[in-house]
Design a protein around this ligand. Structure first.
Ligand code: TXA
Ligand code: MG
Length: 346
């Protein structure tokens, strides 16, 4: 039997005070957000933050996002708030947007920023969690509450599956709405805003709101290069089975046949119309919503990637999407899950 295992509790709205007491005692509590579940700890307590890295198996050079319940708190943790950051906070907080500021390092546990001079901050759009942060009375770190490298959790059950025994509890607020992690935007150089991680607040939405060009870290696109957000360089979002991306509608049949001839048991991760055509050839399927519904695809993606572990599938064939708007974020996660592997007809 493993030693020192905690009994991980499942908490609801009425248990916020209990959960906050655990945080104040330096324990870890997972919380819901509009994007994915986060793994909460007191961002001013270095030992608590260290436990977050250990519980997730996260590389220690990958900094964490500080979660606040109030915009006015930002000034405590940064050295300056550029006007453009004010504008973004007013427009999109609470919401799925993380901003990178120059850090006031003295106000945060050193492990939060992992040695960088900048800090990531966001205000999540989930009332239970905003109340929870208030009750804690301290800012919370909140990396996605999954084992490092695995798909992020979009339900309390996913968190429990990955972290039971390692954390004090999970605040359960059902399925998350967005399904993919927040957009990360670097505002440390206001002249040149940079998207370090795509999310629901897309490049198009940001440019429309600000009336200026917003850049996307091109290193995100090329797997050989070093991205600016440290976390984007690691193996990510990977289910137990290999994922193969299907670019063209007409390749589905060829891909299914190809892998079946190699003795693989094929799982399909795709929209309703594709499943309608090919589900009789697969050992397992997970529906990403109606064809063309990119919001549904993003919301269901991580649950889908996790689902096949419970089936006999040995390989997952996945649908791909146009890389515009939210589609950019969906494809960023899918390409990483697949190690950028696309099926090619020989
Ligand atoms: O939606 C979200 O943002 C979720 C929920 C729980 O809030 N949290 C989340 O945290 O996705 P995490 O730790 O899984 O991802 C944080 C990302 C990583 O890619 C990390 O490298 C980057 O933000 N990051 C954090 N601090 C940074 C900094 N100072 N400069 C550049 N990138 C930073
Ligand atoms: Mg993560």
């Amino acid at each position: 039997m493993e030693e020192n295992l905690l009994i991980t509790k499942i908490w609801h709205k009425q248990d916020i005070q209990k959960a906050a007491t655990e945080i104040q005692a330096g324990q870890l509590v997972a919380f819901p957000t509009e994007t994915v579940y986060g793994l909460g700890a007191d961002a001013t307590n270095n030992e608590a933050v260290q436990q977050v890295y250990l519980a997730k198996g996260r590389p220690s050079d990958n900094p964490l996002i500080v979660h606040l319940a109030d915009k006015n708190e930002v000034q405590k943790y940064v050295t300056e708030i550029p006007a453009i950051a004010e504008k973004l906070m007013t427009a999109f907080w609470p919401g799925p947007l993380t901003l990178i500021f120059k850090a006031n390092k003295a106000a945060l546990a050193p492990l939060v920023t992992a040695g960088l001079d900048s800090v990531a901050i966001r205000m999540p759009d989930n009332q239970l969690t905003l109340d929870f942060i208030e009750a804690c009375g301290v800012p919370l770190v909140g990396p996605s509450a999954n084992t490092s490298g695995k798909p992020s959790p979009t339900t309390a059950e996913h968190v429990y599956h990955d972290l039971a025994g390692r954390i004090a509890g999970v605040l359960d607020d059902g399925e998350t709405g967005v399904g993919l992690e927040s957009t990360v935007v670097d505002v440390t150089n206001p002249e040149k805003l940079m998207i370090l991680r795509p999310g629901a607040i897309s490049q198009e939405i940001l440019e429309e709101k600000l009336g200026i060009k917003v850049n996307v870290d091109q290193h995100l696109v090329n797997p050989e290069e070093q991205p600016k957000a440290p976390g984007m360089k690691y193996q990510h979002y990977s289910p137990n089975e290999p994922v193969v991306l299907i670019k063209n509608q007409e390749d589905w049949l060829a891909a299914i046949n190809y892998y079946q001839e190699k003795g693989e048991k094929v799982g399909l991760l795709a929209n309703k119309s594709i499943l309608f055509l090919y589900q009789n050839k697969a050992v397992a399927t997970y529906e990403l919503g109606e064809a063309g519904d990119i919001d549904a695809a993003g919301q269901k993606l991580y649950a889908g990637l996790r689902y096949f572990a419970e089936t006999s599938a040995t390989i997952i064939l996945a649908e791909t999407f146009n890389q515009t708007g939210f589609g950019e974020a969906v494809m960023n996660r899918l390409e990483k899950a697949a190690g950028f592997y696309y099926f090619q007809k020989s």
